[in-house]
Design a protein around this ligand. Structure first.
Ligand code: DX5
Ligand code: ZN
Length: 219
C-alpha cells in the first residue's frame, strides 16, 4: 500500500510564531509544508508573500508546497522560487498561458503543480497532464480555512486517478480543503497521494499535531 503524504497548511497556524509552528509540524511527522498564498483578488482573502516564505525557509528542510492563489500569477513565479518554494502550484484561470507558466516553473528547477477549483473540469488541463508533478484538487472554493469538504469532488479524484493509471502519468494527486478524520479515507480511496489539512491538524485533539497527522495518514 502506498504511503499517504500529509501537507499541513500553515493557514491555521499561529501567524505570530510561524517559525515555531513549522518546527512542530516537522517534529509531528509532516511530509511537506503547505503555504497558502492569497492576493485578495483571485480569492477574497490576503495572506503571505515571498519575504515571509524566505524567512521561514531556515526553520525546516521539508519541502515548501506553495499554493499560489494569485492572479496574474506568471510574473510572480520567480519570486516564489527564489524565496524557497519547492513545489509551485498555480491555477489555470490565473495565467494567460498555462504551458508557458509550467515551462517557467520547470526552468527554475521547481516541481510543478496545477490546481483545479471545484467547478474547473479536468478537461481544462488535459493537455498538460504529462508535464506536471502534481494536480491539486480543491475540495472547497479557495480563500479560507475551515470550510466544509465538498463530497462531489470525490468523483473528480477517481476520474483523474483512472486517467493517471491508464496513461502512466507521473503526477501526484493532492486534495485540499475541509479534510477531516471522517472524510480522509474516502479521499484516499478515491486516489489521493497527498492530503492538505489546516484546521484538523492544528485544532483537533487540543492541537496534538503528531496524533492528527498520524490519524489522517492511516484513516
Ligand atoms: C483554501 C486553502 C487550503 C485550506 C486548508 O483556500 O487552499 O489549504 O485552507 O485548510 P482546511 O483544512 O482548514 O480546509
Ligand atoms: Zn491550499
Amino acid at each position: 500500500m502506498k504511503k499517504i503524504q500529509i501537507s499541513p497548511s500553515i493557514l491555521s497556524a499561529d501567524f505570530s510564531k510561524l517559525g515555531d509552528e513549522i518546527v512542530k509540524l516537522e517534529n509531528g511527522g509532516a511530509d511537506m509544508i503547505h503555504v497558502d498564498v492569497m492576493d485578495g483578488h483571485f480569492v477574497p482573502n490576503l495572506t503571505i508573500g515571498p519575504p515571509i516564505i524566505k524567512s521561514l525557509r531556515k526553520y525546516t528542510k521539508l519541502p515548501f508546497d506553495v499554493h499560489l492563489m494569485i492572479s496574474p500569477v506568471h510574473k510572480y513565479i520567480k519570486n516564489y522560487a527564489d524565496a524557497g518554494a519547492d513545489i509551485i502550484t498555480i491555477h489555470p484561470e490565473a495565467t494567460d498561458d498555462l504551458s508557458e507558466s509550467i515551462e517557467l516553473i520547470k526552468s527554475l528547477n521547481k516541481k510543478i503543480g496545477v490546481s483545479l477549483n471545484p467547478d474547473t473540469p479536468i478537461d481544462k488541463i488535459k493537455n498538460i497532464l504529462s508535464k506536471v508533478d502534481l494536480i491539486l484538487i480543491m475540495s472547497v472554493y479557495p480563500g479560507f480555512g475551515g470550510q466544509k469538504f465538498m463530497p462531489e469532488v470525490l468523483d473528480k479524484i477517481k476520474t483523474l486517478n483512472k486517467l493517471k493509471i491508464n496513461n502512466k502519468f507521473n503526477f501526484n494527486i493532492e486534495v485540499d480543503g475541509g479534510i477531516n478524520f471522517e472524510n480522509s479515507k474516502f479521499v484516499i480511496d478515491a486516489g489521493a497521494d497527498i492530503l492538505v489539512s489546516g484546521t484538523t491538524i492544528f485544532k483537533e485533539n487540543e492541537g496534538n499535531i503528531k496524533k492528527n497527522i498520524e490519524t489522517l495518514r492511516i484513516s
